[in-house]
Design a protein around this ligand. Structure first.
Ligand code: LP5
Length: 238
């Protein structure tokens, strides 16, 4: 069994190289895998399944082709693409997961999260998250026009960029108690997440591990899990 994990690609029209890199990844590395997990922020900003930018259509098609070829694809929402919905799932063949999922790997159970919910010291973000994840708010937003939603996304990104510039790196990292609690609740010795853009394999107490996926920017990252264990791999985007 070969399982791959990716997150934080932040695909958008300003970085066609990232889209090309993903298409290559799906047509090469991912071809021999049984399962592919996308742990959030596949897209820079997703404003609803009724607006698929033209340059991202090949991604939808490639995910569809991969899932049809027999690789199961799972998608977890990130803080940029929490509006990915059922229509996207139907178009791509991906299965949408909850925000906190436990899966079975050869090495034992693994807890999967995007990771933003573990940044509990970032109170301003957690307050924003509560609003953005509210189903009534989402319904009201999805009823707005594409133009209005694009403008909202732009405003949100601008506010976020201004505020993150003033936040300490510690505040924007996961909180150790939140990690401990999430792993204890899941009864899992392995946590895999993205969001923080700080790829690493952290050894925790009592042989537990926290694997942080890397964002795709200067290079690409994926985690491979098999009978041989878990390997975090960095690769050249070109
Ligand atoms: O994204 P990143 O990594 O830069 O920063 C995150 C947190 N920021 C966010 C906000 C997203 O970047 C916005 C994404 C918009 C795309 C989706 C839009 C679809 C819905 C809208 C339209 C249909 O997640 C950032 C964290 C950081 O990670 C580290 O964890 O700190 O959090 C913030 O910066 C939040 C601010 O502190 C609080 C922002 C208050 C915003 C006020 C609203 C202004 C305009 C509202 C218009 C709707």
């Amino acid at each position: 069994m070969r399982t791959l994990f990716i997150s934080d690609l932040h695909l958008h029209s300003g970085r066609p190289d990232l889209t090309r890199a993903l298409l290559h990844f799906l047509a090469s590395t991912a071809q021999e895998c049984d399962q592919l997990y996308i742990l959030g922020d596949l897209f820079e900003a997703w404003i609803g399944d009724d607006f698929i930018p033209e340059d991202l259509q090949p991604v939808v098609d490639a995910l569809n082709a991969l899932s049809r070829s027999g690789c199961e694809i799972f998608f977890q929402h990130g803080n940029r693409d929490f509006l990915v919905g059922q229509r996207f799932a139907e178009l791509t063949g991906v299965q949408i997961l909850g925000d906190s999922e436990i899966i079975e790997l050869a090495s034992g159970p693994a807890l999967l999260m995007h990771g933003d919910q573990l940044c509990t010291d970032d109170h301003a973000y957690q307050a924003l998250r509560q609003q953005l994840r509210n189903p009534q708010w989402q319904q009201a937003v999805l009823a707005k026009s594409v133009t209005e939603r694009l403008e909202m996304a732009k405003q949100l990104r601008m506010a976020s960029e201004t505020q993150t510039a003033d936040k300490s790196t510690e505040i924007m990292d996961v909180n150790p108690q939140a990690v401990q609690q999430a792993m204890a609740t899941a009864n899992s010795d392995l946590l895999i997440h993205g969001h923080t853009h700080r790829p690493a394999v952290h050894s925790l107490e009592a042989g537990k591990r926290r694997i942080v996926l890397g964002d795709w920017d200067k290079s690409g990252w994926y985690l491979e899990a098999s009978e041989q264990g878990e390997k975090l791999i960095e690769f050249n985007l070109n």
